[in-house]
Design a protein around this ligand. Structure first.
Ligand SMILES: Cc1ncc(C[n+]2csc(CCOP(=O)(O)OP(=O)(O)O)c2C)c(N)n1
Ligand code: SF4
Ligand SMILES: [Mg+2]
Length: 294
């Protein structure tokens, strides 16, 4: 991360007024993002927010920073390119369960295994909100939606298990109604060198109200935390055991480990190649490479 500069004010960070429905969980996620960016003193000009399509993917419009509202499910490969070519930038991806686990699921897997240095906040509301209530990859079996009026029949994905098996090096789970916890998870994800994902339960008050009440003490549920003192945060087996708990499960960091990032490995490779070809320009190198491919 770049060295901190003078902390930004909320006014400097805010852009358009969010167009989400009243009480949508995504408001709290945005507020938490502002809190953490301000606290960490991330330089304004270094913040990049990339998103696909969905209500949650409208996020970059509401942040006064570099932002891209891209193709559905394709935010991660675009963010990967930005992260690899501009290591000085702080790259964020924001999006929903549909964008991240359905159409973009393939990219999620590969960015995780490559350990690309970026921070991905997934606002999981267990529904396609923008398109008005279709079954998503995390919709529980039995829930009636527009695409499954008699109740969803397909087994949902387990986002935490998927992330663990894909190789992400920082994986946490939080709830948009637990602001302090969400702040802490976002801060740790941002500071983590590598692919950091925060699966954030964020209620769609319009189409799936009450979805996460069982994890909200104010609604009679339980917000149980990962016992970090006894949890081996480097163990995929221990993380997988947490991932397999029934809903509402545990909240906190499931996995946090250091593995060389693709950014570091690629930089080494480039520096090595350049040390052996000091007299050639990048253009010469490309020409040579293409000539060999003929
Ligand atoms: C290629 C393509 N397929 C489908 C769509 C329609 N579409 C737009 S958003 C969306 C799903 C949004 O769900 P999610 O990512 O969970 O975001 P939410 O609105 O719930 O925050 C779909 C299917 C699209 N825009 N592009
Ligand atoms: S439809 Fe749901 S997810 Fe979309 S803005 Fe409204 S409450 Fe939020
Ligand atoms: Mg969704």
């Amino acid at each position: 991360m770049s060295p901190p500069t003078e902390n930004l004010t909320r006014k400097q960070l805010k852009a358009d007024h969010p167009t989400w429905c009243p009480a949508c969980g995504d408001f709290a996620v945005l507020a938490s993002f502002f809190n953490v960016v301000q606290k960490l003193g991330i330089p304004h000009e270094k913040i990049v927010c990339v998103a696909g399509i969905g209500c949650s993917s409208r996020f970059p419009y509401f942040v006064n920073a570099h932002g891209i509202h891209f193709i559905h499910g394709r935010a991660v490969p675009l963010a990967t390119g930005i992260s690899l070519s501009r290591p000085d930038l702080q790259v964020f991806v924001f999006g929903g369960d549909g964008d991240g686990y359905s159409i973009g699921g393939n990219h999620l897997t590969h960015a995780a295994r490559k350990n690309v240095n970026l921070c991905y906040v997934i606002m999981d509301n267990c529904v396609y909100g923008l398109t008005k209530n279709q079954t998503s990859p995390t919709t529980p079996v039995g829930r009636a939606t527009k695409t499954d009026p008699r109740g969803a029949i397909d087994r949902p994905v387990n986002p935490m298990a998927q992330l663990i098996s894909s190789g992400a090096t920082f994986i946490a789970r939080t709830h948009a109604a637990q602001v302090k916890h969400m702040n802490e998870m976002f801060e740790r994800a941002i500071l983590h060198p590598g692919f950091a994902v925060v699966e954030t339960l964020s209620e769609c008050t319009m189409f799936y109200p009450g979805a996460f009440d069982a994890a909200n003490p104010r609604k009679g549920g339980n917000f149980d935390l990962v016992d970090e003192e006894h949890q081996n945060l480097e163990s995929t087996a221990a993380a997988m055991a947490l991932a397999e708990e029934d809903f509402p499960g545990k909240f906190g960091v499931y996995l946090e480990k250091r593995r060389p990032t693709k950014n570091e490995l690629e930089r080494q490779w480039i520096e090595d190649a350049r040390s052996r070809t000091p007299d050639l320009s990048e253009r010469d190198l490309l020409r040579q490479r293409f000539a060999r491919m003929r």
